[in-house]
Design a binder for this molecule. Structure first.
Ligand code: PRT
Length: 165
């Protein structure tokens, strides 16, 4: 902010300049267009938080379904057929499916397959990996927490710091 420019200005004008400066800084930090007006910014924030809520709801509902299947194994035995139960009961099968799904995801890149195939293979891998989390009693929130902690550090910096210690 140019301090010379505000010298001799009325407090209200200075406050307005400061607000404008803060909004511009926020927009540039968020990589948003600097000419975005406040109404557009408001709708952007609302749609972002809806999207975040949808991501969390999807992951947590799937986690919930998997843990219900785990409980069903105890309460109902084999009960009604379920792929999740099969995986929960057989570590070999689970590990081989995770490897297979990771391989299929990689193939979509190497073979330059349709984007929808990449999304579908990633969904398969994510689901199977989440069953492994359940077997290990690791909550999705613990994984997300690890990712959030890494936000402040680049992967290259993190690797370099590991080599020093
Ligand atoms: N998200 C999934 C999910 N993704 C994949 N799969 C199953 O994983 C299995 C293996 O997937 P593949 O694509 O490898 O199937 P495949 O038959 O080996 O096919 P190929 O690739 O070999 O041709 C299939 O039976 C899929 O249906 C899933 N099974 C279950 N879920 C979720 O878990 C919930 C509970 O499912 P059940 O435990 O089966 O009731 C479901 O409602 C879903 O929300």
């Amino acid at each position: 902010m140019d301090l010379h420019a505000i010298q001799g200005q009325r407090p209200a004008t200075i406050l307005q300049s400061m607000m404008h400066y803060k909004v511009q800084r926020y927009l540039s930090l968020m990589n948003l267009p600097v000419n975005m007006n406040l109404l557009e910014l408001k709708y952007y924030c609302i749609s972002q938080s809806n999207q975040e809520r949808q991501v969390a709801t999807t992951l947590y509902s799937l986690e919930d379904t998997i843990s219900r299947r785990k409980e069903e194994i105890v309460t109902e035995g084999s009960g009604k057929p379920s792929w999740t139960k099969k995986l929960l009961l057989d570590n070999q099968l689970l590990c081989s499916k995770i490897r297979e799904e990771a391989g299929e995801l990689i193939e979509t890149l190497l073979e330059n397959e349709d984007k929808s195939r990449t999304a579908s293979e990633m969904a398969d891998l994510l689901y199977h990996a989440m069953v492994l989390l359940s077997v290990r009693d690791v909550k999705m929130e613990e994984v997300l927490e690890v990712l959030r902690r890494r936000f402040s550090q680049s992967g290259v910096e993190e690797k370099a710091s590991r080599k020093k210690s």
